[in-house]
Design a protein around this ligand. Sequence first.
Ligand code: ZN
Length: 397
Amino acid sequence: MKSVSQLVNDEFEAALNLLDMLIREPSVEGSAAIHRCLDIIEQNLRPLGGALRRPEYDGLQSLLCDWGDRSQKSRLLLVGHTDVVPPGESWQTPPFCLVRQDGLLTGRGVCDMKGGIAAFVAALRVVRRSGGLSDTPVSLIVTGDEEVGSERGMVPLLRDGHVRGAWAICGEPTDLAIFTGNRGVIWLRIEISGAGGHAGFAHALHNPVHQAADIVTKLHSLPLTMRDNRFEPPEPSLSVTWIQVAGEPVTNIIPDAVSLGIDRRLIPGEEPKEAIAQIQAILDQMVTGRFEARIVIDRAIPPYVTDPAEPLVAAAQRAVLDVGRPASLGTDAAADDSSWLGNAGITTVLLGPGEPLQAHATGEAVRARDLRDAIEIYARLLMAARDGQIDNQGRAA
Ligand SMILES: [Zn+2]
C-alpha cells in the first residue's frame, strides 16, 4: 500500500488541473463565474460519493458535501470560498490564468483561496484511496461571497443549520501556520449633512466639511483600551479611510453633505454592536443644530479566538509537523468566515497555503510546494477525524 506522501504526489497534478480550471473563472462579486466554480468543484466531488447540496440565498448558491454519518457530532468541516477580489490593472501575467513558473503558481485567487479548495478536494481523494472516505465524518463547504461579508453564504448557512460540526479548518492563506483567531472588522460610512451654497455666503451656511473635520479629530482620539497579546498588533484600531463631498468638489462651493469611510478592527472582548454604539455616541454629542449625521453599516464581522489547548489545534500541529514543517501558531489581522464559525460554537482554525500578504495582492502567488504540503496536511487531519484521533491527540497533549 502506498504511503500518504506517495498518494499526495499522485494527486498533485489533478489538484493543479482543478486549480487551473478555478483560476480561469473570473469569480468576482456578482459574476456568474462563482456558480461555474461551484459546478467545477461539484464535478470533481461526484466520484467521491458524498451527499451534495447547493443551498441558495438571494440568488447565490453555496456547495456543501458530506461524508460519513451525518448525525456524528465529531464532524470536521473544510471551509472555503470561490469568490475573489478584482485583480486591478498592474498584473505582469493574465490574472485569470494559472501561470506555473519557477516553482510558483500565480493567478488571482491562488492564495485567497482557490488553492485551499483545490488542496481540500485532493486531500479527500487521497483519503478515499487510503482507507476510505465513506466513514470519515467530514463536510466540504464552499461559499461565494466571503469577500463581501458572507450575508448570502456562511451567515445564513449557519443560521439555518446547514453547517454543523465540532471542528472547522478554514483554508485561508496562513503560510501553513495554524491561526487560532482573527480580528473582527466593521466597515461603515458616516453621512453628515449641513446646508451648502456659495462659499461667499459661508456666514449664512452650515458647512458639513468643518463638522466632518471635528468628527474625524474626535474619532482619531477615541480611546481604544482593549488589549490581547495573542494578536499582532495587540490593540484594536479605528481608521478614517476616506472623506468625500456630495457632488463634484468645487473650491468656491460649500457642499451639502460629506461622507466619511471608517474601518474599525476589533479584538476579542469587543462586540461590533458596542463599537458602533461608541461611534454613534460621538455623533449624538457633536452633531447638533442644522447638521445631521447617520451611520450606514457595510460590514460587521465579530472577532474570534480559539483556545490553543483545543484538541483541533494539537491535531493540526501534529499534521503540519508530519509533513516536516514547523507547526507555528498565529492569529490573523484580517477577518473572514472563521469568525462566523467560531462565534457559532464551532472550534475553528485557519490553515492554508500561501502567505497572508499575498491575499488580494497584485501578482498573487503561492509556492507549488506549499500547495502540495497543504494536501498532505489536510489528508492527515481527515484521517485523524476518521480514526477518532482529533480528541485523543488533545487529551495526549
Ligand atoms: Zn479568503
